[in-house]
Design a protein around this ligand. Structure first.
Ligand code: PLP
Ligand code: COI
Length: 340
């Protein structure tokens, strides 16, 4: 039976649930792994994650369908991206089958925490990998932990899907060259300060420009950009220093194959931003969140779609994507993993 939770008033925050998955890597191999009720982690004071931030994570969601089944959206891509992150941070890869088994076990064991269909809430899944063994010199940890927990969540941005006001950050994107495409915890820690500066100035998020030339649009602290031109084309930044968003990759397919829109993945000069008709952020947590205004040192861009509601093209993209995730629109082959 579903837990007695006020699903529609949930924000995006951590709520401990009954079970989480834990596995340990030592001497070149993963142990069997399994579920635990213990929401705490005990590690050495000298653990690689604590000393040198050797950690990375993933984010995906589980959805309740109208027929009562519980599904996840393209988790194989999260498994692969976690492997990319692990390789760059010199951590052992979690095999895809192990990742998917951890996901199935944890979501199934917490099925009463999956928000019911139609509430607007979802179950956020947070897999992560960290150096748990002790180090002192700068070196990879001798042992690692892979863990996966879940938490019911509502919208990532306060106010649901009201258009946001963001600003161009004076700081470079947090990720050092060669790590912008992975979900290293360090990159997020380094974005906290610029994020705080933006929030204190009344902005929901930062737009980061490319660190090398500060002329091209990269992404925000937790989502990719998606733009709509006046003639209805979709433009999304191409860069090897942004996270390859699974939501963005899915939206490109949805735009082309479900909505018949033209899509361009290419470098987006900041100067072009003032010409777009609609602007949105996309990601697992953000889904598609509209932008109404972008401020920068030299001025302010008022997005023509306005500050009141999401524009028509982004709305259509959002409803098609969420329809696929919630089972009311048929998904492309292999996009949906039925958990139970
Ligand atoms: N960019 C950053 C920096 C992120 O943290 C996220 C969230 O995971 C995204 C983009 C969106 O990626 P995805 O759609 O795979 O969730
Ligand atoms: C996600 O969308 O899953 C993320 O990891 C973004 C994070 C900022 C919550």
């Amino acid at each position: 039976m579903a837990k007695d939770i006020d699903w529609s008033s949930l924000g995006f925050g951590y709520m401990p649930t009954d079970y989480r998955y834990n596995a340990e890597w030592k001497d070149g191999k993963w142990d069997k792994g399994g579920l635990t009720k213990d929401s705490t982690v005990t590690i050495s004071e000298s653990a690689g994650v604590l000393q040198y931030a050797q950690t990375c994570f993933e984010g995906l969601k589980a959805y309740s369908w109208q027929d009562g089944s519980i599904v996840c959206f393209r988790p194989d891509l999260n498994a692969k991206r976690l492997q990319d992150s692990a390789r760059r941070l010199l951590m052992p890869e979690v095999p895809e089958e192990m990742f998917l088994d951890a996901l199935d076990q944890t979501v199934k064991a917490n099925k009463d925490f999956v928000p019911p269909y139609g509430t607007g809430a979802t179950l956020y899944v947070r897999p992560f990998l960290f150096g748990s063994g002790p180090v002192l010199g700068v070196s990879p940890a001798p042992s690692f932990t892979f863990r996966l927990f879940v938490s019911p969540v509502g919208p990532y941005f306060k106010g649901g899907i009201k258009p946001l006001k963001i600003c161009v950050s004076d700081y470079d994107r947090a990720a050092p060259k060669g790590t912008g495409h992975i979900k290293a915890g360090l990159n997020y820690a380094m974005s906290l300060y610029p994020g705080d500066v933006a929030h204190k100035n009344g902005y929901a998020e930062n737009m980061y420009l490319d660190a090398a030339t500060r002329t091209h649009v990269e992404e925000t602290g937790g989502a990719n950009f998606i733009f709509v031109t006046k003639d209805g084309r979709i433009i999304t930044p191409k860069s090897d220093t942004i996270l390859p968003s699974i939501t963005r990759r899915s939206l490109v397919y949805v735009a082309e194959h479900y909505l018949g829109l033209k899509v361009e993945e290419r470098v987006v000069p900041f100067e072009e931003v003032a010409e777009f008709e609609e602007i949105g952020l996309c990601g697992t947590a953000a889904v598609i969140s509209p932008i109404g205004r972008i401020d920068w040192k030299g001025g302010s861009i008022q997005v023509p779609s306005g500050m009141d509601e999401m524009g028509p093209v982004l709305s259509k993209l959002r409803s098609t994507l969420t329809g696929i995730q919630e089972g009311t629109i048929e998904a492309p082959e292999g996009w949906i993993r039925k958990i139970c």
